[in-house]
Design a protein around this ligand. Structure first.
Ligand code: SF4
Length: 292
């Protein structure tokens, strides 16, 4: 049986950067705290935990004093930095530069909206860390939409500044854009009322959809490896599943079921931007074991 690991899968630039920063800090001293999981991958979190990294939530952060805390690639709202300053925490900021740029754009749109009565709209998952960080740039006024039904909360007769969470699908984003355009036409909204569309989907994710589609078609069975909490993982798994219905999502080699690959000649192993290469290697090794 041929087992191939997708060369285009695995950690994106932002996650690699955050992990490198964490490893460097962990060499100095522990404990070193991380606000949330550094990456939505249980195994990588466990590996860094063994080196002394301790994930904490916002509640636990409130009780820390003079400790070392990392802000992960997703970023945080301004209130978190404020709180950290007040508590004398030392922050290692691993916010991905792509996310940082987006935060700045959202903030600029918010400032503009204050003078024209506009609304900042973010296509994303409510409560997702990156989305919380973006909403924080708008004094918590941004409207988060996940599907077309959420657009009822918008007043399309007012200016709209549309952004996307970096890991959402382009298809979904275009649907939201088109629905807003349609609603504006139905209400006879003048072109003078701005509708600013900012496609802020990360190119590291966007490019992968096409590559994963090709890869998924080249194999009989696809094993998509990602942490179950990863929203990027969910999107990319669906891309593979559309291209190849015999796609299965696993987070650990032990989850591979023999019946998925029985009698099959070619298995492709791929993953999300938060999937470590070493976990994909382990899944591929498990497939080989089962095929003997
Ligand atoms: S997916 Fe893109 S925006 Fe998100 S952490 Fe990776 S490089 Fe940064």
């Amino acid at each position: 049986m041929k087992v191939e690991i997708d060369q285009n899968s695995g950690f994106c630039y932002g996650v690699v950067r955050a992990i490198r920063m964490a490893e460097k800090e962990l060499e100095k001293q522990s404990p070193f705290y991380c606000l949330g999981d550094i990456v939505h991958n249980e195994q990588e979190v466990a590996r860094l935990h063994a080196l002394g990294m301790q994930p904490i939530n916002h509640e636990a952060l409130s009780s820390l004093k003079a400790a070392r805390v990392m802000i992960r690639a997703h970023g945080e709202p301004p209130e978190t930095y404020q709180k950290a300053r007040e508590q004398g925490l030392s922050i290692t900021d691993a916010t991905c530069p792509v996310v940082l740029h987006l935060q700045n754009k959202v903030h600029a749109a918010y400032e503009e909206s204050l003078s024209n009565g506009g609304q900042v709209v973010i296509y994303g998952k409510p409560g997702h860390a990156e989305v919380n960080g973006l909403v924080g740039q708008t004094a918590n006024t941004a409207i988060v939409v996940e599907g077309e039904e959420d657009l009822q909360r918008l007043d399309v007769t007012r200016p709209v500044y549309l952004f996307s969470q970096t890991t959402k699908s382009i298809e979904g984003f275009q649907k939201i854009r088109q629905t807003i355009e349609l609603k504006r036409q139905e209400r006879g909204v003048s072109d003078l009322i701005p509708f600013r569309v900012n496609n802020t989907i990360c190119r590291y994710v966007a490019g992968r959809e096409e590559k994963l589609t090709l890869f998924s078609r080249q194999h009989e069975v696809i094993l998509f490896v990602s942490g179950m909490k990863s929203s990027n993982g969910k999107v990319l798994y669906e891309v593979c599943k559309r291209a190849n219905p015999r796609t299965y999502r696993v987070s650990h080699p032990s989850e591979v079921l023999p019946e998925w690959i029985r009698g099959c000649n070619s298995v492709g192993v791929c993953g999300a931007t938060s999937t470590p290469l070493w976990v994909m290697n382990e899944v591929a090794a498990r497939v080989k074991e089962l095929s003997v």
